[in-house]
Design a protein around this ligand. Structure first.
Ligand code: PGA
Length: 249
């Protein structure tokens, strides 16, 4: 049985003060509670130590990116061991905003995944998803297959089952539009088939697949009720404590 995983993607929102306020309020409101899922947030680098200091033990700290080498003259980049020092356990890789605005490609995403698994205990949340034009031309599955195959190239079989894959149709991110639960299920099931064909059904059955794109407290249930959707990657609805708690509930 795959445990659900719900991660808030804070993107470039929240100062340290705001992150601290969020966690203080979240902790106050959830004291003594336990959630039936893995959960946490992916925050800006500047907020990671605030989360480390304030978080409850089962709250996951995730980063939104990392570099694909140990150290060096890479101005503006962050290394996996720097993240691990801050108790980061997951890192989002290949978010569509990184692909679109920061020139990330299937190849650079693949380098990052190989580096993460070979150098650290971090677990990647690999994002994939099609544009509106590709969706309208019914190219979703082709695009997803290309992205997944390229991203997973040369990864070790034993690492694949630890992976989280987030299916995020780009046209649903931040737009208020969502894929229907049936559409999202169909693509997530296809992602599992792709992994099964590359490795094995047993491995594919262990991979957790999230849906992302305008997930809110009001619609999360229908997505998580689908057999191949094991969680959500949530942007704007993760920024307010009340919404975030409702998502987890
Ligand atoms: P959204 O963002 O929930 O605001 O659509 C999702 C994401 O970009 O991960």
């Amino acid at each position: 049985m795959r445990k659900k995983i719900i991660i808030g993607n804070w993107k470039m929102y929240k100062t340290m003060k705001e992150a601290e306020e969020f966690l203080t309020e979240f902790n106050e409101q959830t004291t003594g509670w336990s959630f039936d899922c893995d959960y946490g947030v992916a925050a800006s680098f500047t907020n990671l130590h605030v989360l480390k200091a304030k978080k409850a033990s089962d709250f996951i700290i995730a980063a939104q990116n990392c570099h694909d080498q140990a150290q060096g003259a890479f101005t503006g980049e962050v290394a996996t061991n720097m993240l691990e020092e801050l108790d980061v356990s997951y890192v989002i890789i290949g978010h569509s905003e990184r692909r679109e605005y920061f020139n990330e490609t299937n190849e650079s995403i693949n380098r990052k995944l190989n580096w993460i698994f070979s150098s650290s205990k971090l677990l990647p949340i690999l994002c994939c998803g099609e544009t509106l034009a590709q969706y309208e031309k019914q190219e979703t599955k082709k695009v997803i297959e290309e992205q997944i195959k390229a991203a997973l190239k040369d990864l070790k079989q034993e690492d694949i089952s630890k992976l989280v894959i987030a299916y995020e149709p780009i046209w649903a991110i931040g737009t208020g539009k969502t894929a229907t639960d049936v559409e999202a299920q169909s693509v997530c099931s296809e992602i599992r088939n792709i992994v099964a064909n590359l490795y094995s059904k047993d491995i594919a059955d262990q991979v957790r697949i999230q849906y992302g794109g305008s997930v809110k407290p009001e619609n999360i249930k229908t997505f998580l009720a689908q057999p191949d959707i094991d969680g959500a990657l949530v942007g704007s609805a993760s920024l307010k404590v009340a919404d975030f708690i409702n998502l987890l509930n």
